[in-house]
Structure formats: C-alpha cells, structure tokens
Write a protein that binds this ligand. Sequence first.
Ligand code: 9D3
Length: 249
Amino acid sequence: MVNEVADTPENPQITFEVISLFPEMFAAIERSGITRRALERGLWAVRHTNPRDFAGDAHRTVDDRPYGGGPGMVMMAEPLAQAIASCRARHATPVRVVHFSPAGERLNHLRVMELVSESVLVLLCGRYEGMDQRLIDREVDLEVSLGDFVLSGGELPAMALMDAVIRQLPGALNDSNSAVEDSFVGGLLDCPHYTRPEVWDNRPVPEVLLSGDHARIRRWRTEQSLRLTHERRPDLLATAGGAAKLKQS
Ligand code: 9D3
C-alpha cells in the first residue's frame, strides 16, 4: 500500500453513529459548507446504520401497529436494538445514545458544548409515531427536541445537533467566523450586520460603522445586542452571560 499516509489528519475528534431509515438525508451536511470542509479535513466522521438492515422478515419490516390502538405506526424495538449494538461494537469505550423526540429537552448552546467533548455519539432518529418505549428506556441516555413544532422525524434535529457540534471543533471555522464570537455564546443576540454598498434602496448604513472609531463601534454593537435581546428574548438577559456583557459595556 503506497498511499497509507493521508494528506489530511485522520483521527476524527468526534464520530457520529447515525441510526436512520433515511441516511441519504445527511448529504445536506456531508456535502455542503463548513461541515463538508471539516469532514474533508478529518475533524469529524459519520457512519450510517439503517435499522431496516436488522429487520427480522423478508419484507424488512421495522414498524408495527401500536398496542392499545390509535393512529400511525411504532418503530419496533428489536431492529433498533441491533442497530445500536452494531454501533456500540465499533467502539472500545461506552458510547452515549441521543434520541431525537418531541418529548426531549430543547437543544441549547450549553448542551451542544457538553456534547462536543464526546468522542462518539449514537444519534437515534425516529420516524412514524415514535419508538417502542422499552427500547428508549433500555438504551437512551439523552432525549433532545428542536422545539415545539411537528417534524416528520428525527433526522433534521440530528443534523442540527451535528452542525452545532461540528462548528465548535477546533479547526472547523476560519478566524473570520470564530465560534467564540457566535451569538448565544455571550448570552445575547447578535448585533445587525451591514456590507457594501453604503446606501442601498435609499437606506444608509449606520454612520457609526463608517467612522473608523473602533471603541465606539464596539459600544454600538453591544448596545444593539442588548436592545435586540431585551425586545425579543428578555429571558436571555436573566442569565449570567447577559449580566457579564452588561457590566463590560
Ligand atoms: C400526535 C403526536 N405527535 C407528537 C407531538 C406525534 C409525533 C410527531 C412528530 C411523533 C413523532 C414526530 C416526529 N418528530 C421527531 O421525531 C422529532 C421532533 C419534532 O417533531 N419536533 C421538534 N423536535 C423533534 S426531535 C424529533
């Protein structure tokens, strides 16, 4: 083997073991933008496991009707259990399993920062009405929701989590869009942004941004962040991050 040594570092900081009936959806983050570049650089890795490959019948059935009746179908425990087992078997150490569910805790920056330090995450994506509760009770460490709206499954929430985690990996971002400058990191919403031209549709760029007075610009941006946060997300101002930002301004 001639090309055993790769050009890019091959030891991902995090591996996502995705369990989904629709692995092709994940092309959205594997093939575009910052997440694609970070994947090409070997900062993260992804493996796809389809529960259908562990179905027990020729029709590859993974869902069944709910006990007690009612609409829709439920994902059966056994194909999911085997899918999780095959993911666990690829790793020497214990692995956390995240289940995406409308009943989960709402994803936030604090949880993202906690998950960045894991070396492997199993991401369990449901379809239909959900999964057999016994599988969740036995296997799942954390249940995550994206918010109070109805999606068709857990894949988009899983990709949202992956994207949020990947952009925190050292080397994923350019200096020009550093993760430490991200909105929410300081506990406040971001200030408004402007670029050329100076006047667009009779609307000028705020004068202060053209002043070249960097101390004044910094104060203006903090003030705008505080105003916007107060108007739209007063709940964020109650946090320590908001208080710290207020003091420093
Ligand atoms: C009829 C009751 N519905 C629960 C609110 C059923 C149901 C709706 C949507 C069952 C599963 C789903 C699929 N959604 C997810 O898997 C999901 C989700 C979401 O729908 N919204 C926000 N976050 C998430 S995380 C996973």
